[in-house]
Design a protein around this ligand. Structure first.
Ligand SMILES: C[S@@+](CC[C@H](N)C(=O)[O-])C[C@H]1O[C@@H](n2cnc3c(N)ncnc32)[C@H](O)[C@@H]1O
Length: 681
């Protein structure tokens, strides 16, 4: 049996028919209105279906024109701003009232948390956007409702238009993955009430809005109404390039006392900007409310050139980025750090979320002792695709034989107790570092050891290189006729105490094996290098940061892998474990190893390159294997590093080496010693 038709639908059709509008035209508009109004029929029926009629006329009016529903996204970004304007006014005018409020107003606005919506949020969670006559957002959430004296309105100056209602509420629940917000309900506001003014005061006649090329002006309207003046000022705040669309600030002074301080638009904008910075951590120093509003006007104008039904692409995100929902953080965090999902699934997910702030509280998925967060403040960077691995893992053919039997008694300190560094005579494990431990009791590298490592890495002609008789790298390239070895750098090793040693885990000669302890964060670099790693705390010189973790490959495997790779330039540079090749005769293929963090790796895979003067140095560390075919590569600070400084190291790339299987990137390190001949001055 067919479902019975809602009699209200028939009534709506009838009402429209009396206006000469056919059912075919009514149907799609009514459908959309019902959806937008959450099937709140009262709003549609109100004023003899005025909203419905206006909406139909609006859509039919001009086929070139944009249906007003399409514009709603534009206004959702205004919600926050309006809330702030409202807040400012409240703070200025109603200090007493605010004082009574359990929470200071500065705690109120938080775009990501519906429970902390600002005063413009209705009890039903809907924010208010006023599109026409300067209607104001209503207060809620503990702040007592007062009539506000300011509002922001958007209007197109070239062709005056009306909206189906004087004002719209736009829900701002931020569930749209692309925009970070959705507009899923609008309800009309009541027609604006006149407010009587009890006093007169002078308002400046023109303003130049800071940060904008737009000169603002205001018109000062005073209407005599029943004796007192109804005083209203309108300030143009922003506009589209040619001025067809404008955003203005309309101030009703009627409710202000003549001795109260009335904020100028400059003050309101400054206040709004500072609040945006405070509550939207994603907006940077460059953020400008005026710029945002100019963009809004431009979007409105651009959008109006499209036909109804087309989706509008909003450029507003360049100014304000929405806060990612907890769900996104959780889902993507898991996918990225655990690799639990298939890469294609996570790629789809990531693509869908593009231009949304990425924030993951722990990319290690709990596999490190400390959490390592990831934050994309730009919303522009795709999440990386890899599986987080806290320890190296053999890919296939690499020979990494770890056994107690292979560690000779005189290569460990089985007689030691507690902390080897506290003993007056350095133990056997310090033998490789000249009878002195590489670490100090404070847990950092000794200055002497660090300096000697840095000097051996210096990039100059005089550095000692060693040459293999039969270089595994050349063999990988051409097994039948390998070229001569190009030379390898000599490096100093650290030898840490390990399982066969008698000392405990807190022994000062066990640093790298205890893992990451510093507060680190993966972030998006501003220079265009993609993701990078930074420290969230100040680091002393010689501090251990992390080791380079990846798949242990033979050089043969790496060569084959690189040949097959797409060459999209997003390589995580592999590192050669060649520090001890000098002491070997001819290495077998399975003994000539490297680490590749492209698919499996730890946080080190985010460390970018810097020519010469990076703040990190990589040092080979021998822990569990007696031979040095396989070892750990650990990063230490070369100097004191400030909190929030990016961590970088010199990949030792030869930017002019065409024979290297991985094509070198255009270096953006910014060092004055940059070796890339293509670098931008
Ligand atoms: C080990 S990854 C570093 C993390 C990488 N930025 C990312 O977004 O995943 C190495 C890659 O980062 C980029 N990169 C690192 N240092 C760079 C630099 N100084 N200039 C430009 N790109 C750099 C290159 O694409 C390089 O292949």
């Amino acid at each position: 049996m067919a479902p019975e038709r809602d009699p209200r639908i028939a009534k709506a059709f009838k009402a429209m028919k009396s206006l000469g509008i056919c059912a075919e035209t009514v149907k799609p508009v009514l459908k959309r209105l019902l959806k937008l109004y959450d099937r709140n029929w009262e709003l549609i029926e109100d004023d003899n279906y005025r909203t419905l009629a206006d909406a139909i006329f609006e859509c039919e009016d001009d086929k070139e024109d944009l249906c007003f529903y399409e514009l709603l996204p534009l206004f959702s970004d205004l919600v926050l701003l309006m809330s702030l304007v409202k807040l400012y006014t409240l703070a200025e005018k109603n200090a007493d009232m605010i004082n009574e409020d359990p929470e200071p107003p500065s705690k109120k606005p938080h775009r990501g948390d519906p429970e902390e919506e600002v005063s413009s949020t209705e009890g039903n969670g809907k924010n208010i956007v006023n599109l026409e006559e300067g209607e104001v957002p209503r207060s809620s959430n503990g702040i007592r409702r007062v009539d506000s004296s300011q509002s922001v309105s958007v209007h197109r100056t070239s062709e005056p238009r009306h909206f189906p209602s004087e004002a719209l509420y736009a829900n701002h629940d931020q569930s749209d993955p692309d925009l970070g917000s959705t507009r899923n309900a609008i309800v009309p506001l009541k027609r604006k009430q006149s407010i009587e003014h009890s006093s007169q005061f002078v308002i400046p006649t023109s303003h130049t809005v800071p940060g904008s090329t737009t000169t603002s002006h205001h018109s000062d309207t005073r209407k005599k109404m029943n004796g007192p003046y109804n005083h209203q000022s309108t300030y143009d705040i922003a506009s589209s390039a040619c001025g067809q669309v404008k955003v203005s600030l309309t101030c009703q002074h009627t409710i202000l006392q003549h001795n109260s301080h009335f904020p100028s638009p400059d003050e309101v904008l400054n206040f709004a900007e500072s609040m945006c910075r405070k509550f939207c951590k994603t907006v940077g120093d460059q953020f400008s409310v005026v710029k945002l509003l100019n963009e809004l006007c431009e979007s409105y104008k651009t959008g109006s050139n499209r036909s109804p039904g087309n989706n509008i692409h909003l450029p507003l995100r360049s100014s304000v980025h929405s806060i990612t929902k907890e769900r996104l953080e959780g889902d993507l965090g898991k996918r990225v750090s655990s690799g639990g999902g298939s890469s294609s699934v996570s790629r789809d997910l990531v693509t869908a979320k593009k231009r949304v702030l990425h924030k993951i509280s722990d990319i290690t998925n709990g596999s490190e002792k400390v959490k390592i967060s990831l934050l994309d403040e730009t919303g522009n960077e795709d999440l990386p695709h890899y599986i987080y691995c806290p320890e190296n893992i053999t890919y296939e053919s690499a020979y990494v034989h770890i056994s107690l039997a292979r560690i000779a008694d005189d290569d460990c300190c089985s007689d030691c107790i507690g902390d080897c560094l506290s003993s007056s005579i350095p133990c056997a494990c310090a033998r490789d570092t000249g009878g002195e431990f590489a670490y100090t009791p404070e847990g950092v590298l000794s200055e002497k050891f660090l300096r000697s490592c840095i000097s051996m890495k210096l990039w100059d002609e005089n550095q000692p290189l060693f040459y293999c008789q039969d270089c595994p790298l050349e063999r990988a390239k051409n097994a039948d006729m390998p070229e001569k070895c190009k030379g390898h750098r000599l490096k100093k090793f650290i030898k840490e105490c390990w399982r066969k040693c008698g000392c405990n885990m807190q022994c000062g000669n066990r640093v790298v094996q205890r893992g990451i302890t510093r507060k680190l964060q993966v972030f998006v670099t501003s220079e265009g290098k993609g993701w990078g790693l930074r420290t969230l705390e100040e680091l002393p010189e010689g501090a251990f940061i992390c080791e380079y973790v990846g798949e242990i490959l033979t050089n043969m495997e790496l060569y084959e892998r690189n040949k097959k790779s797409s060459g999209d330039g997003k390589h995580v540079y592999p590192v050669l474990l060649d520090a001890d090749w000098a002491t070997e005769g001819v290495l077998k293929d399975e003994e000539a190893l490297c680490l590749d963090a492209t698919h499996f790796g730890n946080v080190a895979r985010f460390i970018n390159h810097r020519c010469f003067d990076g703040n990190l140095i990589e040092i080979p560390v021998q822990v569990e294997t007696p031979d040095r075919h396989y070892y750990h590569l650990a990063f230490f600070t070369k100097r004191k590093v400030d909190a929030l400084e990016e961590l970088t190291w010199d990949y030792e790339i030869h930017f002019d080496d065409d024979s290297h299987p991985i094509e070198a990137f255009n270096c953006l390190c910014g060092s004055k010693h940059c070796r890339d001949p293509r670098r931008k001055e």
